[in-house]
Design a protein around this ligand. Structure first.
Ligand SMILES: Nc1ncnc2c1ncn2[C@@H]1O[C@H](COP(=O)(O)OP(=O)(O)O)[C@@H](O)[C@H]1O
Ligand SMILES: [Mg+2]
Length: 919
């Protein structure tokens, strides 16, 4: 692997002018990192505004204070090489890699080595985090990554992962990126540092330092032209005649490029050629660059040839390797060259880099004029090999070049789709969209069209026009099946089905999707068909499908199949099976470090809520929310946030539930996603109910049942039956509620899931006429599915309330006590308070409020405590939760006193009885 430009801070000891506020901020962050409170900051700004200068200054200061400073920067031509930037960044820690546990060591070695297999990016990320955390434990670390916009995607993913986990480590990450870059990445929810132009005084001072002898008029003109851009202030005075008049209308960046290019006009041909070679290949060994230049000029080009360009201030020698002093100088040289020269340079580089097949191929492709089928085929083979080794990031640019080289538009589009597929696997959504935009849809057959739809559904999910989109997907799936591509057809139909649920497709659309599956004559026990049927037509297939689903073999190791089973169960409210299947799915993806897939499996926190496993629902939805952000899984984020809010309102965390629902409603996807809208509405209703606004609560819940309301969901509405019934009793709207639920019995017969049985049992008792209530409470408590602990406790609460209403105060006490104790045990504080107030009303002193363990710990602390109580080591816990073992240990130190224990051995005793051990 070749090196990327490294910056030597001692090279040009930074003399920075102005930038007081920025430096102050940096110093504060460095100070915090030294104290063990790490952070991450992204500096954005235009070319030449002084990002690198700022980073260099911070580098020197921090090194002076004794921090370990690791630095690297992206180079435009290096995006082909997975982990190139990270490798360079971590090189100084090479020896520490030996000290990592074997799994982490292997991940890093494989990522950086020429190994045939590449680990999952999140395995590399976790290993990197551990490496840095261990290093920072001995001495604080400052990581500086310049020109982040050119850093290869896997390195960027790892850095983003680390950036979000620096909190309790002595690690500060500072990155710099061009603000004009299309794909802005986020490190943090905090604001980035936007580096603007220098203020007037600083600009004048810089110009005077760079060009002390300027006549006043020229000085004034330059100050105006430079607009506070330091690169312009330093470099424009060097062009004796200034830049040509006709460039005045150009943006500053282009003008600077012109000014740089003009400097080569008086150079020798040999030097110009060497500069062009360097611009085309900035990182190959110098000897190769000289060889290429010699070959092209027909005379011996040596390092001395460079002298003119160093004199002109375009290049500096750093550790014996020439480097452009600013990236704009590189692009200036490259753009200025004639096409003939550029192609010749690439051709020649290809020949001198014959022993480096990847680089050779890049240059061959850059040197090609017009179509070259053979070369395109080579690039495709290269991409095949890269993909087979898991080096997906290298496959994308190869395919992009290949697409340029083929003549046949159909073949070109096929190559582009493949590039987009790989890019989407890298979660590089902007890049995926750019590739898709180039594809010519008119030339596509059904399979390509299907693949295209799949990729764009992933990278550019559009919530509008759901019925039309589902219809299109089904048509294309159908055509793909007819030409024999079962894989694409099934995947597409699955997506169509998923939209039927998430976007609550209308009856015709649902029927069309299910009918297409029917046409394929699928194995009725296959996980794919079970899931598609539950997603699309649950009332039609439920009675047949659910027993098949329950018989499905739990020992499967295939995460995808388990996901079908689990999510199929989830969307029809088959809580127990959903949560069991999805827990297995999550464990598989966790183990493999597949974050995006893990996030989707963590959606299993939703059914857990209905099982009364509030603690687990809380930790999983909170974890999922964070990871969903990280993995860009916006639909999963909606569902997880909705679940987290539902848990929060039940736990009595009113402010946090309110905030989460506001976030949810602010999402651009929200209104196109009735599955999430219904839950948001449910939470708002509960907030009103607990606040004593029963009438309002009833109206809020009722809208979920109204097909014309955007919060309506034709299946999930049944989850809200208990809430609606509660509000109806409190608001005196029992008759209306009965009317709204008129369909329930029929639906429940067709779809005998736990959700439906729960809804029926609850409605029967709570909305019962007084004369029959006694019997119906008894019957409902038996009919209620076993696992529905929270709803069972709510039934007890209502039973007590009803007895009290009947003035049977003594009888009321037993069910109310049962309800209170169960709510306490589950951590359902809002309900526990309701039970207590009923108890007081029947004359019972309810005693001190029981504090559930979960109330003393944050969701992540709870997760850590549970895993520790099961005997996992800190490292193992870190691996499961994608955090460093040191973070785990500092959490544990905070957890012990709060639980009144002194070591992990005692944790189990405190946590049992909390009913939160997983399946
Ligand atoms: N605040 C400053 N004081 C003095 N020189 C600066 C300052 N900011 C930038 N420069 C100089 O201006 C030129 C361009 O700055 P650089 O940091 O390379 O820009 P960027 O990285 O944003 O493209 C460099 O020569 C740099 O040393
Ligand atoms: Mg820079």
């Amino acid at each position: 692997m070749n090196a990327i430009a490294v910056q030597d801070p001692a090279r040009d000891a930074p003399l920075i002018i102005g930038r007081d506020a920025e430096l102050q901020l940096m110093r504060r962050l460095v100070g915090r990192a030294e104290a063990g409170e790490g952070g991450a900051l992204l500096v954005r700004g235009s070319a030449g505004v002084g990002k690198s200068a700022l980073l260099r200054t911070v580098h020197a200061e921090a090194a002076g204070r004794g921090l370990t400073v690791l630095s690297a920067s992206g180079v435009e031509t290096e995006r082909w090489f997975p982990y190139a930037a990270l490798h360079l960044l971590l090189r100084p820690l090479d020896r520490n890699v030996e000290r990592l546990p074997p799994g982490h060591r292997r991940a890093i070695r494989q990522a950086f080595g020429a190994e045939q297999t590449q680990p999952e990016v999140h395995q590399v990320a976790l290993a990197t985090l551990e490496l840095l955390a261990d290093g920072a434990h001995r001495r604080p670390i400052l990581l500086l990554i310049d020109d982040l916009q050119w850093v290869d995607t896997p390195s960027r993913d790892v850095l983003t992962f680390v950036a979000r986990r620096t909190d309790d480590h002595a690690i500060l990450l500072v990155g710099a990126a061009r603000s004009d870059h299309v794909d802005p990445f986020r490190w943090d929810d905090q604001a980035d540092l936007d580096l603007g132009p220098l203020d007037e005084a600083a600009a004048a001072a810089l110009l005077d330092a760079a060009a002390p002898e300027l006549p006043p008029q020229a000085r004034a003109l330059l100050l105006t032209q430079a607009k506070g851009n330091p690169l312009a202030l330093v470099e424009l005075p060097k062009s004796v005649q200034g830049t040509p008049e006709e460039t005045e209308h150009l943006p500053l960046t282009r003008r600077l490029e012109v000014a740089f290019a003009i400097r080569t006009d008086s150079m020798s041909a040999a030097c110009r050629m060497l500069l062009l070679i360097l611009a085309a290949e900035p990182t190959a060994p110098l000897s190769r660059l000289l060889a290429a230049a010699s070959q092209l000029t027909g005379s011996a080009v040596t390092l001395d040839t460079l002298q003119e360009s160093t004199d002109a201030g375009l290049v500096a020698l750093i550790d014996g390797h020439p480097e452009f002093r600013h990236p704009l100088m590189r692009s200036a040289i490259y753009r200025r060259a004639t096409i003939t020269d550029r192609l010749a340079a690439h051709r020649c580089l290809a020949s001198v880099l014959a022993d480096d097949p990847e680089r050779q191929l890049i240059h061959l492709a850059e040197a090609a004029i017009g179509p070259d089928e053979e070369l395109a085929a080579r690039l495709e083979r290269f991409a095949d090999a890269a993909q087979a080794q898991g080096k997906i990031a290298a496959g994308v640019p190869a395919l992009r070049l290949a697409a340029r080289l083929v003549r046949d538009p159909h073949r070109q589009t096929r190559i582009l789709i493949r590039a987009a597929e790989l890019s989407s696997q890298l979660s590089d959504r902007a890049d995926t969209r750019a590739l898709l935009a180039q594809a010519d849809l008119n030339t596509l057959g059904p399979v390509e069209r299907g693949r295209l739809m799949l990729v764009s559904d992933n990278a550019a999910f559009e919530p509008d026009e759901p019925q039309r989109r589902i219809h299109d997907m089904v048509l294309v799936a159908s055509a793909a099946m007819d030409v024999g591509d079962r894989h694409v057809a099934e995947d597409l139909l699955w997506r169509a089905a998923a939209r039927c649920f998430f976007q609550d497709g209308d009856a015709a659309t649902r029927a069309e999707t299910a009918a297409e599956l029917q046409r394929w004559n699928p194995d009725p026990d296959g996980p794919h068909s079970l899931a598609v049927r539950l997603y699309t037509e649950p009332y039609r297939y439920g009675a047949d499908v659910l027993p098949r689903l329950h018989r499905a073999d739990l020992d499967r190791k295939d995460g995808y199949l388990l996901h079908f089973l689990g999510s199929g169960a989830m969307v029809v409210g088959d809580f127990t099976h959903a949560s069991r299947f999805l827990a297995r799915t999550a464990a598989i993806w966790r183990e493999q470090g597949r974050l995006g897939l893990l996030v989707r499996a963590l959606a299993g926190s939703w059914p857990r809520f209905y099982l009364g496993r509030l603690e687990q629902a809380r930790t999983e939805s909170e974890e999922g929310r964070l990871l969903a952000r990280e993995a860009g899984e916006s639909i999963a984020w909606l569902g997880l946030t909705a679940t987290a809010a539902l848990v929060a309102v039940t736990r009595g965390e009113i402010a946090s539930a309110t905030r989460m629902i506001e976030d949810l409603r602010a999402s651009s996807l929200f209104l196109g996603m009735p599955f999430a809208a219904a839950i948001a509405q449910q939470v708002n209703g509960l907030l009103a109910l607990f606040d004593g606004r029963a009438g309002e609560a009833y109206d809020v819940f009722a809208r979920i049942f109204d097909p014309d309301d955007p919060h309506h969901h034709s299946v999930s509405c049944w989850l809200v039956v208990p809430d609606l019934a509660d509000a109806a009793v409190a608001a005196g709207t029992v008759d209306q509620a009965r009317g709204l639920l008129a369909d329930l019995a029929d639906r429940a017969a067709r779809l005998p899931s736990e959700m439906m049985r729960m809804a029926e049992a609850y409605r029967d008792a709570v909305l019962a006429p007084d004369h029959d209530a006694e019997r119906l409470y008894r019957r409902s408590l038996t009919a209620l599915p076993e696992g529905c602990l929270l709803i069972r406790a709510r039934l007890h609460l209502h039973h007590g309330r009803w007895l009290r209403q009947q003035r049977r105060y003594l009888d009321a006490r037993a069910p109310l006590r049962t309800a209170r104790d169960e709510f306490d045990r589950l951590g359902a504080r809002s309900w526990a308070e309701a039970a207590r107030s009923q108890l007081r009303a029947v004359g019972e002193n309810t005693g001190r409020r029981y504090v559930n363990i979960g109330e003393r710990l944050s969701s992540q602390e709870m997760q850590i405590a549970l895993l520790a109580s099961q005997g996992l080591s800190n490292r193992e816990i870190g691996e499961r939760l994608f955090i460093s073992h040191r973070t785990v240990s500092s959490h544990l130190y905070r957890i012990y006193p709060r639980l009144g224990v002194t070591n992990r051995g005692q944790l189990a005793a405190v946590l049992t009885g909390n009913d939160q051990v997983g399946d």
